[in-house]
Design a protein around this ligand. Structure first.
Ligand code: ATP
Ligand code: MG
Length: 389
C-alpha cells in the first residue's frame, strides 16, 4: 500500500541501502524492504564468496556492483531498472569513489531514469516526522553519531568509532579460542584445534542467538576484571552456557562468558577514553550550545547491532553514569536523555525513511536524472554543497 496520496508514478521507485554487511532493498511506499541480503557476491562456479566493499580498484568495484545489483533486480526484486527512479540511502561518510562508481553502474549499465543519494541519518529522522535529532548508527564496521538540526547535519560534531557488529564477532572469537570446546561424538577438543569452525557466519549466528548486552552493574564488575586486572574470582556468576550445533555431529560449547562478555567491547573505553556511549556525549558537547538540550532529548538509535537484547537500556544507563564524570559535568547541563522509537526495526529504519522519501512528489526535483548525469558526469555532493547546473 502506498504511504502517501502524492504517489503518482506508475513505475515503482526502488530504494537501496547498501550497508557494509547487509543490503536492504525494496520499493518506495512500502513499510519494509522486500529483501535484506548480505552485501557479498558468490561465484556460481567456484562457490567463492567475495565482499562487495572489499575492492582494490574502482574497476573491481564497478564489476562487483554490476553483478550484485543484477542479482538484486532480477533475482530478488524481479524489477527491470531501466528508466526507473532510484533512492540510495548512504552513510554520510560513504567514500566519494563508491558513490561515483555506483552512479556509473546505475546510469551507464542499468540505464536507470534518476538517482537520489540520501544520507541515511536524515532518512532515519524522516520516519519520525522530525528534522532535529541525534542519530546513532550502530551497524557492522563502525558506530557513527551525527547530530542533525533542522534537517542539516552538524558536520563538525560528527563522531565515529570502529566498533560495532564486527568487533563483537572478533571478541567472541577471541574468547571462544581460549575457552571454547567442540564435542564430536564423545571426543571433546579445544576450539583452538579446530579454528576453521569459527567462520564469520557461525560467529554472527552465535552473536544473534546467544549473546546479549548485560546489566550496567554486572558490566562494571566485568570491566574491573577484563580491563583493570582484578582477580577473576570477582566476576559475577556467568549466565548458563549453550550448546551450539556446528553440524550434524559436533556441538560447540558456548560458555556464559562469551554470551555476556562479547558485547562489552562496545562499552569498554579505549586509550582515548572513548566508547560508543561517549560518542553521544562528545557529539552533544561539540554541537553549538543552543542545540544541546534539543539533541539530548531526540536521540535516535539505528543499525542492526542496536537490536541486541539489552542494548537500549544499557546505553541509557551508560549515559546517565557518564554525565556525572568531571569531563562532562562541567560542560553539559543535561540531566535527562530521551530516545525516539522509530516505526521500524533498527536495521532498516534508514531504508524506511528512503521509502517514504521515494514516495514524495518532490523526489524528481531532488534527484539526478540520467540526462543530467550524461551531460555533466557529476553528482551533487553534500559536503561541497556544489549543485548540478
Ligand atoms: N537481531 C539482531 N541482534 C543482534 N545483531 C543483529 C541483529 N540483526 C542484525 N544484527 C547485526 O547487525 C549488523 C548489521 O547491521 P546493519 O544492517 O545496520 O549494518 P550495515 O548497514 O550493513 O553496516 P554499516 O551501516 O556499518 O555499513 C550485523 O553485524 C548483524 O549481525
Ligand atoms: Mg547501515
Amino acid at each position: 500500500m502506498p504511504l502517501y496520496e502524492g504517489y503518482t508514478s506508475d513505475k515503482h521507485v526502488i530504494i537501496f541501502d547498501i550497508g557494509t554487511a547487509y543490503t536492504k532493498c525494496g520499493v518506495a511506499g512500502e513499510m519494509c524492504p522486500r529483501c535484506i541480503v548480505p552485501s557479498q557476491l558468490k561465484d556460481e562456479k567456484t562457490g567463492k564468496v567475495r565482499k562487495l566493499w572489499e575492492y582494490n580498484t574502482e574497476d573491481e568495484l564497478f564489476e562487483n556492483l554490476k553483478d550484485f545489483l543484477f542479482h538484486l533486480y532480477f533475482r530478488h526484486l524481479l524489477i527491470n531498472p531501466k528508466d526507473r527512479r532510484m533512492v540510495v540511502c548512504e552513510s554520510l561518510l560513504c567514500p566519494a569513489s563508491f558513490r561515483e562508481t555506483l552512479a556509473r553502474v546505475l546510469f551507464k549499465h542499468f540505464e536507470v531514469g534518476s538517482v537520489m543519494f540520501a544520507p541515511c541519518q536524515l532518512t532515519a529522522l524522516l520516519t519520525l516526522g522530525t528534522s532535529t535529532g541525534l542519530v546513532m548508527d550502530v551497524g557492522y564496521n563502525e558506530t557513527l553519531v551525527v547530530p542533525v538540526y533542522e534537517g542539516i547535519p552538524v558536520l563538525k560534531a560528527i563522531q565515529s568509532l570502529p566498533v560495532a557488529g564486527k568487533a563483537i564477532h572478533e571478541r567472541a572469537k577471541q574468547i571462544l579460542l581460549t575457552e571454547g570446546k567442540v564435542k564430536t561424538g564423545s571426543i571433546e577438543k579445544p576450539v583452538s584445534e579446530q579454528r576453521d569452525c569459527l567462520t564469520e557466519d557461525v560467529l554472527e549466528d552465535i552473536k544473534v542467538r546467544c549473546c546479549f548486552t548485560t546489566k550496567f552493574d554486572r558490566a562494571k564488575k566485568i570491566h574491573r576484571v577484563t580491563m583493570f586486572g582484578e582477580n577473576e574470582s570477582n566476576l559475577p556468576t556467568p549466565p548458563p552456557s549453550v550448546q551450539y550445533p556446528l553440524d550434524g555431529n559436533s556441538m560447540l560449547h558456548v560458555d556464559g562468558k562469551v554470551r555476556e562478555h562479547a558485547c562489552e567491547v562496545m562499552f569498554e573505553q579505549d586509550n582515548e577514553q572513548q566508547s560508543i556511549a561517549t560518542l553521544i556525549l562528545d557529539a552533544i558537547v561539540q554541537s553549538p550550545i543552543d542545540m544541546r538540550k534539543e539533541l539530548s532529548r531526540n536521540i535516535v538509535i539505528i543499525g542492526g547491532t542496536s537490536m541486541l537484547p539489552g542494548f537500549l537500556h544499557r546505553i541509557q544507563l551508560e549515559l546517565q553514569s557518564l554525565i556525572q564524570e568531571p569531563r562532562y559535568v562541567n560542560f553539559l547541563a543535561i540531566k535527562k536523555f530521551r530516545f525516539h522509537q522509530p516505526p521500524a526495526k533498527a536495521n532498516y529504519t534508514a531504508w524506511l525513511g528512503g521509502s517514504m522519501f521515494g514516495a514524495l512528489d518532490t523526489l524528481a526535483s531532488k534527484s539526478v536524472s540520467r540526462d543530467q548525469y550524461k551531460e555533466t558526469g557529476q553528482l551533487s555532493d553534500w559536503c561541497t554543497l556544489s549543485q548540478l547546473k
